[in-house]
Design a protein around this ligand. Structure first.
Ligand code: AMP
Length: 420
């Protein structure tokens, strides 16, 4: 037996309803906020992420599934969606086609990480991106979309955290302040932090090593070192969150693991996932489009981890319930008509089961019971002769015989959630 690969998961019939529920709500919320769906390939050029996600990130340094294909090109499974979305936006000049370049995508991502609950090597994201808008109102709207999405999934006690990481004007100064504050104590921090100090000192705030925390907690906060334009932008973002009535916490430690962020960063944190508790995260990236060879357009977006949302979903969500009908052929001569009846019910919109192998009526009924179906439609020789069908409601035991052409009307009245 060849088993699945570590860090990947099969999404089985018992869970698929919860997944479909999350995907449906995602697509629905995005459509209501004016976003268009795009689907980009799972494989891309390795360069796209080296340039986009950033050479100094863990993703690019350690986690990409990169390989040389048979034609000699360096290819990778995508580790995140944003660079692909930027590529598609630029390659197809989407800003010319769309009133607003507001895009979303759903699909698998791949990172060679250490698997644990809520962290996998193949995982799935909802990715939401906006190109071409610098107005802090869009930061507010994107964050509002993220909050609405989580609320519509009925995920309780999620917390919104925001920060500003500044821009090309103020961040170098702040990075220098951080290095100065660390001074001779830098060697006390872990190896990753030492590396970060020379590549991108802000990312020291990402460190999770317990021994490093007291020193990191005492470092100067970014909010006090923003340039005037970044400070104004951040104040406006907060004002928008307030007009929408959203509670939030400002955390200067929210720098996120990717290099391209400018100004706004945000996360929504779940309550029951332990260490892997970020349900979604994102921010503004005003230089990424240009950096990847496109026009000089700002961008903002976020990615939500579907595995984590499915894990946090209330238990009762996403269950589609048992089938509406089990058609039982009572007697050998009734099979053909029973199959046509099942086909007609399926075409009319009812979730219909029927057995195979011309089994006895007793074993069909056993199977109907096991399926938890809501009702049986019994077609016996008498019913066949009089063009009727017997319906048995499983819960109440109520049974009646109806003309064949009244069956669909009966089911429309008795099946919940069916629209004809
Ligand atoms: P990122 O793309 O790293 O900004 O992450 C955005 C969101 O994707 C996180 O908040 C998680 O919900 C999810 N995510 C990131 N990495 C993983 C992973 N390895 N396994 C499962 N979910 C992940």
């Amino acid at each position: 037996m060849i088993s699945g690969i570590r860090g990947t998961r099969d999404i089985l019939p018992s869970e698929i309803g919860r997944w479909q529920h999350v995907e449906r709500v995602a697509a629905d919320v995005c459509a209501r906020y004016g976003y268009c769906e795009v689907r980009t390939p799972v494989i891309e050029r390795e360069d796209l992420f080296a340039k986009g996600t950033g050479e100094s990130t863990d993703i690019v340094q350690k986690e990409m599934y990169a390989f040389t294909d048979k034609g000699g090109d360096r290819i990778t499974l995508r580790p995140e969606a944003t660079p692909s979305m930027v590529r598609a936006f630029v390659e197809h000049s989407l800003e010319q086609d769309l009133l607003f370049a507001k895009l979303y995508s759903l699909g698998p991502m791949f990172r060679y990480e250490r698997p644990q609950k809520g962290r996998y090597r193949q995982f799935h994201q909802l990715d939401v991106e906006v190109f071409g808008l610098a107005d802090p109102a869009i930061d507010g709207e994107v964050i509002d979309l993220a909050v609405t999405f989580v609320e519509e999934l009925d995920i309780a006690s999620a917390e919104l955290v925001i920060n500003s990481v500044g821009c090309g004007d103020c961040r170098p100064g702040y990075s220098a302040v951080l290095l100065e504050a660390l001074g001779s104590r830098l060697p006390e921090l872990c190896g990753d932090c030492q590396r970060r100090a020379s590549t991108n000192p802000l990312r020291i705030f990402d460190c999770k090593v317990p021994a490093d925390q007291p020193l990191i907690d005492g470092l100067p906060k970014s909010e006090n070192f923003l340039c005037e334009a970044c400070r104004d932008h951040f104040e406006e973002v907060k004002r928008h969150l307030e007009i929408y009535g959203h509670q939030y916490r400002v955390s200067h430690r929210l720098v996120r693991g990717l290099d391209y962020y400018t100004r706004t960063t945000f996360e929504i944190i779940g309550s029951s996932l332990g260490a892997q508790n970020a349900l979604l995260g994102g921010g503004r990236y005003d230089h990424l489009v240009k950096q990847l060879g496109g026009p000089d357009r700002p961008g903002i977006g976020f990615a939500a981890g579907l595995e984590r949302l499915v894990l946090e979903l209330p238990d009762e969500k996403g269950s589609s319930g048992p089938a509406d009908v089990f058609v039982v052929a009572f007697g050998q001569s009734t099979w053909s008509e029973a199959r046509v009846l099942a086909r007609d019910l399926r075409r009319a919109g009812f979730r219909t089961l029927i057995d195979y192998g011309e089994r006895s009526s007793k074993s069909q009924m056993k199977r109907a019971n096991r399926s938890n179906v809501q009702r049986m439609l019994i077609l016996g020789e008498d019913e066949l002769a009089s063009n009727k069908v017997t319906i048995k409601e499983m819960e109440t035991g109520h049974q009646e015989t109806l003309p064949r052409d009244e069956v669909i009307g009966y089911l429309a009245l008795h099946c919940q959630g069916v629209t004809l």
